[in-house]
Ligand binder design. Sequence first.
Ligand SMILES: [Mg+2]
Length: 259
Amino acid sequence: MTTGWLLFTDLDGILLDQDSYDYQPVVPALQKLKESNTPIIPVSSKTQAELAVLMQKLNLDGPVIGENGAVISYPGEEPQIAPPGYLLIRDYLVDSRTNPTYDTLGFGDMEIKEVMEITGLPHDMALLAMQRLGSEAFIWQGNDAGLRQFRLEAARAGLRLLQGRRFLQLLGNTDKGRAIRFVTKHLKKRGLPISKTIGLGDSNNDREMLLAVDIPIIVRKQNGSHIRLKQRPDAIISDITGPAGWNQVILDLFAKQEE
Ligand SMILES: [Mg+2]
């Protein structure tokens, strides 16, 4: 059986446990998706290097979208990086510090030990998180007014600022939604039969992705809350939180299809 689905999914908190990165709860749904040859494309704030390790763990081999849409990577090909790329974004961040209210600490400013401390990642994974291609992750150490001003200026410079769970991310003029549109178009051109695109997410950074798919699925966060998509009243909201919710929603989709 083939579904004709193309599945895009955020990772942190919905496919992987927010703290332990455990993915056991999603194994039944993953199995069904694999059996039906449904491509599973992670769309994450993680770097391509981190995603490569995860893909191996999950036994997946398709394209990945990293750094919140700034990096698209197809197996065996050079990654596509949204302009202006990491080095110029680093320059922008460092130059911005001539304004003393823009007090930032980026991954590129830190030694591996500091990144391990701040992220809680082990040495090998912290190293992979530092292999950035299209965005810089950083901590804002200034006040809120300064951040609002910084955001405006970054936008004027053609950059976007995203708020993640722990870090801010500065990237080019792209997002998860744009990236999945590129990938969908590209895979269609390569002859992949796609009848429906599905997107799963749980946070504000997933909004553009959810708005760009045929079937948007919102997974509840660990505390039971969930984001709202006013523009898409048809969005499915999981009953269960986190990875168990991801698993349940996918199994429900299969059950509906088999009816
Ligand atoms: Mg998430």
